[in-house]
Design a protein around this ligand. Structure first.
Ligand code: GLU
Length: 409
């Protein structure tokens, strides 16, 4: 099943609950615009590198379109469309005034030199600058991109359009970025984990957590959950996985990863496989890496009773059904990882007002939005007796649908 078929399946589950007409389903699912461009640049060795860049603008009923830029070899039209549609529902679930978009370049950024990374980014902006902008579509970091890439995007965009820091979010704090943006997705994940555990009559202290992925999202989620008292018993990255039943020393692990670029060979921790990590004996499992990792082949082996989808699209529909049957609570991506785009919104607001917020203000407002959104989705789920994913889609689709009708078709 392609990732877009998965996205459609989840959409239709909610649309069925809402009794949404066929016309409305087609209107809401069809992307507004799909851009595919050639990015040609001179590589360091003098060769010409030709890459394909995508930007899909899915829906703008609720405001300018918003979503990250992914640099990854798996990026293709289907994946970017899927992720763009997720952004539409995500911004609606947390009720920030945006639509949804996503972009990416099919490239492995680890094979590029810093100079090549800068050139590929600037060339991409050259091709898409007309269709993005602070009132149209605002890119942000995603897998394989970071604050430096956002700084280049801003600088290149401004060559065409003049001073305009709100044209992109997730920028370095020294260059119109928001304090707290980098940790925001991880912080949001930690906050919804706490909320979900409360519903299960558990609290974070002594709760065991396994985290797949130790990039921006996974490492900040681990740090903040550790600060909140949880025991992080297993983590992985692209190179391997480590575990410690007593709880990993997360600040030390973060330092270890800064030095060695991988989680393995860490202190007294035990090395485990990725499959063992997903099935680890923990109350909470947080997939925080790529999509499609929880499938019908491994869902039965998951021992956690709570899954927090920090990644986009980590669970296939087959696996989702198994979790439902096994009473595993799944907090879906469009809610669980919405902290990132929420603080992107705060950054955009600050840029437009030319007024910088304190970090404490960013964190406080993020927490309020995540807790309120969680409670709203939870209420829909319990009232309608539907899984949290379907409930989140019901909330998101309802808001986008109403805005669409109110605006006039
Ligand atoms: N890439 C992130 C996401 O998938 C953040 C998007 C944004 O900040 O616009 O939600």
């Amino acid at each position: 099943m392609s990732s877009y078929e998965t996205a459609q399946k989840y959409f239709h589950h909610a649309a069925d609950v809402m009794d949404l007409s066929n016309n409305m389903r087609i209107l809401l699912m069809t992307p507004l615009r799909e851009v595919k461009v050639q990015i040609a640049l001179e590589m360091d060795d003098g060769q010409i590198g030709t890459f394909i860049g995508f930007r899909v603008q899915h829906d703008k009923a609720r405001g300018p379109m918003k979503g990250g830029l992914r640099y990854h070899p798996d990026v293709d039209a289907d994946e970017v469309l899927t992720l763009a549609s997720l952004m539409t529902w995500k911004t609606a679930v947390v009720n920030i005034p945006y639509g949804g978009a996503k972009g990416g370049i099919s490239v492995d950024p680890s094979t590029l030199s810093p100079g090549e990374l800068e050139r590929i980014t600037r060339k991409f902006v050259d091709e898409i600058h007309d269709v993005i902008g602070p009132d149209k579509d605002i890119p942000a970091p995603d897998m394989g991109t970071n604050a430096q890439v956002m700084a280049w995007i801003m600088n290149q965009y401004e060559k065409f359009h003049g001073f305009n820091p709100a044209c992109v979010t997730g920028k370095p704090v020294e260059l119109h970025g928001a304090d707290g943006r980098e940790e925001a997705t991880g912080r949001g994940v930690a906050v919804v984990t706490r909320s979900a555990l409360e519903k299960m009559n558990r609290s974070l202290p002594e709760t065991r957590v396994a985290i797949q992925g130790f990039g921006n999202v996974g490492s900040h989620a681990a740090r903040i959950l550790h600060e909140m008292g949880a025991k992080i018993v297993a983590v992985s990255d692209a190179h391997g996985a480590v575990a410690d039943e007593q709880g990993l020393d997360i600040p030390a692990l973060i330092r270890h990863v800064e030095e060695t670029k991988q989680v393995t060979n860490f202190g007294n921790s035990r090395e485990i496989s990725n499959a063992e990590l997903l099935a680890y004996d923990a109350e909470v499992l947080i997939p925080a890496a790529i999509g499609g990792v929880l499938t019908k082949d491994n869902a039965e082996s998951v021992r956690a009773k709570l899954i927090i989808e920090a990644a986009n699209g980590p669970t296939t529909p087959d696996a989702d059904e198994i979790f439902d049957k096994n009473n595993v609570l799944v907090v879906p991506d469009i809610l669980a990882n919405a902290g990132g785009v929420t603080v992107s919104y705060f950054e955009w607001v600050q840029n437009r007002q030319h007024f910088k917020w304190e970090l404490s203000e960013v964190r406080k407002r993020l927490e309020t939005i995540m807790v309120d959104s969680f409670e709203r989705v939870w209420k829909i789920g319990t009232e309608k007796k539907i899984p949290m994913r379907t409930a989140a889609y019901v909330l998101g689709i309802g808001r986008v649908g109403r805005a669409t009708v109110l605006g006039g078709i």
